[in-house]
Design a protein around this ligand. Structure first.
Ligand SMILES: *[C@@H]1O[C@H](CO)[C@@H](O)[C@H](O)[C@H]1NC(C)=O
Ligand SMILES: *[C@@H]1O[C@H](CO)[C@@H](O)[C@H](O)[C@H]1NC(C)=O
Ligand SMILES: *[C@@H]1O[C@H](CO)[C@@H](O)[C@H](O)[C@H]1NC(C)=O
Ligand SMILES: *[C@@H]1O[C@H](CO)[C@@H](O)[C@H](O)[C@H]1NC(C)=O
Ligand SMILES: *[C@@H]1O[C@H](CO)[C@@H](O)[C@H](O)[C@H]1NC(C)=O
Ligand SMILES: *[C@@H]1O[C@H](CO)[C@@H](O)[C@H](O)[C@H]1NC(C)=O
Ligand SMILES: *[C@@H]1O[C@H](CO)[C@@H](O)[C@H](O)[C@H]1NC(C)=O
Ligand SMILES: *[C@@H]1O[C@H](CO)[C@@H](O)[C@H](O)[C@H]1NC(C)=O
Ligand SMILES: *[C@@H]1O[C@H](CO)[C@@H](O)[C@H](O)[C@H]1NC(C)=O
Ligand SMILES: CC(=O)N[C@H]1CO[C@H](CO)[C@@H](O)[C@@H]1O
Length: 500
C-alpha cells in the first residue's frame, strides 16, 4: 500500500498496506508517501469485538537453539463454528497488520460454517502489533524472513493444539492471499505433518528481482476495457516525458499534478519516483479491481478499471496528459492528500524511520527489507509492452535497498537472495500436495504464481476476469459467475481433502 500517516487510505500495494491478514497487496516500492499504512479502522464493526490475543512465548530465532529470547505475537480466534471433529483453519498474516474482520467475514467463514472449523489468524512477525524487537533498525530486522515466519506458524500450531486440547487427528488448513498465499503453500511444503491442506490465493511463489511483467498485466487489464485505454495512458506518459525536457514543462507538471514541491526535471530519481507513483494509481486499481474489500474499511474501492478508462477516454477533460492528471487528483482526494509528495528523498526518509510508533513508514520499511533480502518483486518499467514509459527501471528500485538499509544491500546481494528463495521453496513448482492456487486473470501477480497444475492434488484454479485475492473476499451480488464457481470449487476441494 501506500503510505502516509493518515487513516483511511486505499489499501494498495506498495506499498501495500494494511489490507488485513487475509490478503495484503504487497507493498509497491516507492509509494510510501502517498497512501498510508493505515491502521484498520479503530472501531471494529458494530456489535462485534474481536479481542487481541497473544502468543507470549514465540521464539525470536528458531534456527539457533542457544538463543532463548522470546516475544509476544498477536493472533485472533473464533470458535463459533467449531464442532468436535472439525478442522482448524489458520489464516496466515502477511505484510501488514492482521485485520480482525476476517474472523467474522470473508469466503472462508462459509467454509468454516459448513465444515465446523475453528478459526485462528496469526499476525506475521514485525508487522502490525507483532514486534519481536524494540525497533525496526537494520540490525533488528535480522530475524525477519519467511523461514522464521513459517517456524512461527509451526510453533504456534503446536502450542495451540495443546492449549485447545486438539489431538493429532485434528486437521489444520492454511489460508492466505498474496504473500501469505505463498506462505500457506510453503507451510504445507515445509511442515506437512502440521498442516493438512492449503488455499494459496494469488500466491507469487516465484521470487524474481525484476518483476517487469507486472505492468504488462496492467496493460492487458486496461485492454479488457478498450484498446484505446492503454493508448491513452501511453500518450499521457509520452506527453509527460516531453514536458520533462524544459523548465517550463517542469512547472506545468508541478501544477497539473499537484506536486508538493516544484519538480526538478534533472533529478532522475525524483522523476522516476513521480512516474512510478502515477503508474501506481492505476496499478492499484487493477490489482484490486471490483473486489469486495469495503468490509475491511478500505476507501476508494469504487474506483475501478472502468472508472479509470472512462476518465482517460473523456475528451471534454482535455488532452490525455490532463486526463491522467484528473485521475491523479481523484486518487489524491480519495486518500485525502493535499498534494503529491513526489521526491525520492521524501520516500527514502519515510522508509528509514525505524520506530514502531511511525506507523506510516515502518510497515513499508519492513516489507522493503523482505524484498531486498528474499523476493525482489520490483515492479519496474523495463518492459516495452506497457504504457507507463520507461522512467522507473530496475536500478531505481534496487538502489532503494542501499539508500534505506545501507551499502551492504547491493544489487548482487538482492540477486543472490532471490535465487536462494527459489532454491528453498522450489519457485513455481513447489513440491506440495493438497494445495489449491486460485489465480485471477487480471491480477498482475498471477504471472509469478502457479498457473498450471503441479499434480492432481496441487492444482491451479483460474478465475477469468478477477483481480488480486478476489475469491477470499465476502461474496457480493455483483460477483461474476466464474468467481462464484471458484469459491464452490475451493469448498469442494476442502471437503474432499478433509476426508483424506
Ligand atoms: C546464537 O545465539 C547465541 C545466544 O544469543 C549467540 O551468542 C550466538 O552468536 C548465536 N549464533 C548465531 C550463529 O547466530
Ligand atoms: C465469530 O463469527 C461469528 C459469525 O460471523 C460472529 O458473529 C462472531 O462475532 C465472531 N466472533 C469473533 C470473536 O470474532
Ligand atoms: C536538480 O537536481 C540536480 C540533479 O540531482 C541537482 O544537481 C540540482 O542541484 C537540482 N536543482 C535544484 C534547484 O534543486
Ligand atoms: C466513490 O465514492 C466516494 C464516496 O462515496 C465518492 O465521493 C466518489 O465520487 C466515488 N467515486 C467514483 C469514481 O465513483
Ligand atoms: C466527461 O467529463 C465531464 C466533466 O467532468 C463530465 O461532465 C462528463 O459527464 C464526462 N463524460 C463522460 C462520458 O463520462
Ligand atoms: C535528500 O536528503 C538528504 C539527507 O536528508 C539531504 O542531505 C539532501 O540534501 C536531500 N536532497 C535533496 C535533493 O533534497
Ligand atoms: C514529504 O515527505 C517528507 C518525508 O517524509 C516530509 O518530511 C514532508 O513533510 C512531506 N511534505 C509534504 C508537503 O507532505
Ligand atoms: C491425490 O489424492 C487422491 C485422493 O483424492 C489420492 O488417492 C492420491 O494418492 C493423491 N496423490 C498424491 C500425489 O498425493
Ligand atoms: C475470459 O473471458 C473473456 C470474456 O469475458 C473471454 O473472451 C476469454 O476467452 C476468457 N478467457 C478464458 C481463458 O476463458
Ligand atoms: C491468467 C492466467 O495465466 N491464468 C492461469 C491460471 O491457471 C489456469 C489453470 O492452470 C491457467 O490455464 C491460466 O492460464
Amino acid at each position: 500500500m501506500k503510505a502516509s500517516s493518515r487513516e483511511g487510505v486505499l489499501c494498495l500495494l506498495l506499498v501495500l498496506v494494511y489490507c488485513g491478514v487475509g490478503c495484503h497487496g504487497l507493498f509497491r516500492q516507492g509509494r510510501t508517501k502517498k497512501y498510508g499504512l493505515v491502521p484498520p479502522p479503530a472501531g471494529v464493526p458494530e456489535g462485534v469485538t474481536v479481542p487481541d490475543e497473544w502468543f507470549t512465548t514465540q521464539r525470536l530465532d528458531h534456527f539457533n537453539n542457544t538463543d532463548t529470547r522470546t516475544w509476544k505475537q498477536r493472533y485472533f480466534s473464533n470458535s463459533t463454528f467449531y464442532k468436535p471433529g472439525g478442522p482448524v483453519f489458520l489464516m496466515i498474516g502477511g505484510e501488514g497488520p492482521a485485520n480482525p474482520k476476517w474472523m467474522h467475514e470473508g469466503a472462508w467463514i462459509h467454509y468454516a460454517k459448513s465444515l465446523n472449523a475453528y478459526l485462528l489468524s496469526l499476525e506475521h512477525r514485525y508487522y502490525g502489533k507483532s514486534h519481536p524487537t524494540k525497533d525496526a533498525s537494520t540490525e533488528n530486522l535480522l530475524h525477519l524472513s519467511s523461514e522464521q515466519a513459517l517456524a512461527d506458524l509451526a510453533t504456534f500450531t503446536a502450542a495451540m493444539k495443546e492449549e485447545l486440547g486438539l489431538g493429532d487427528e485434528t486437521k489444520w488448513v492454511a489460508f492466505g492471499g498474496s504473500y501469505p498465499g505463498s506462505l500457506a503453500a510453503w507451510y504445507r511444503l515445509k511442515y506437512p505433518h502440521l498442516v493438512h491442506a492449503a488455499v494459496a490465493t494469488s500466491a507469487p511463489v516465484l521470487a524474481q528481482v525484476n518483476f517487469k511483467e507486472y505492468l504488462e498485466v496492467v496493460d492487458d487489464a486496461l485492454a479488457t476495457v478498450s484498446d484505446e485505454c492503454n493508448s491513452l495512458v501511453y500518450e499521457a506518459n509520452r506527453q509527460l516525458h516531453i514536458l520533462l525536457q524544459h523548465r517550463v514543462g517542469w512547472q506545468r507538471i508541478t501544477d497539473t499534478y499537484r506536486l508538493c514541491t516544484p519538480l526538478n526535471g534533472t533529478n532522475r530519481l525524483d522523476v522516476a519516483n513521480l512516474f512510478s507513483l502515477l503508474a501506481g494509481n492505476i496499478e492499484d486499481v487493477v490489482q484490486y479491481n471490483k473486489d469486495n474489500r469495503e468490509f475491511e474499511g478500505i476507501k476508494g474501492t469504487n474506483i475501478t478499471i472502468n472508472t479509470v478508462c472512462g476518465i482517460m477516454a473523456n475528451e471534454t477533460l482535455g488532452s490525455p496528459y490532463v486526463r491522467y492528471a484528473v485521475l491523479n487528483s481523484m486518487f489524491l482526494d480519495a486518500q485525502e492528500e493535499k498534494c503529491l509528495n513526489h521526491t525520492y528523498n521524501a520516500t527514502i526518509q519515510e522508509l528509514r524511520a525505524t520506530s514502531w510508533e511511525n506507523n506510516a513508514g515502518v510497515g513499508g520499511r519492513v516489507w522493503m527489507y523482505q524484498t531486498c533480502t528474499e523476493f525482489g518483486y520490483y515492479q519496474s518499467s523495463d518492459s516495452t509492452n506497457q504504457p507507463f514509459g520507461n522512467e522507473f527501471p530496475l536500478e531505481f528500485f534496487t538502489r532503494q535497498c542501499r539508500d534505506i538499509f545501507g551499502p551492504r544491500f547491493t544489487p548482487e546481494l538482492i540477486a543472490n537472495a532471490v535465487k536462494r528463495t527459489n532454491r528453498v521453496y522450489g519457485g513455481r513448482h513447489p513440491s506440495v500436495t493438497r494445495v489449491v492456487f486460485p489465480n485471477g486473470s487480471i491480477d498482475p501477480w498471477h504471472s509469478l504464481g502457479v498457473l498450471h497444475d503441479i499434480s492432481p492434488n496441487a492444482t491451479a484454479l483460474f478465475i477469468n476476469g478477477t483481480a488480486h485475492c478476489a475469491n477470499m473476499y465476502p461474496a457480493s451480488p455483483r460477483d461474476p459467475p466464474q468467481l462464484v464457481k471458484a469459491r464452490q470449487q475451493i469448498f469442494h476441494l476442502l471437503r474432499k481433502w478433509l476426508h483424506e
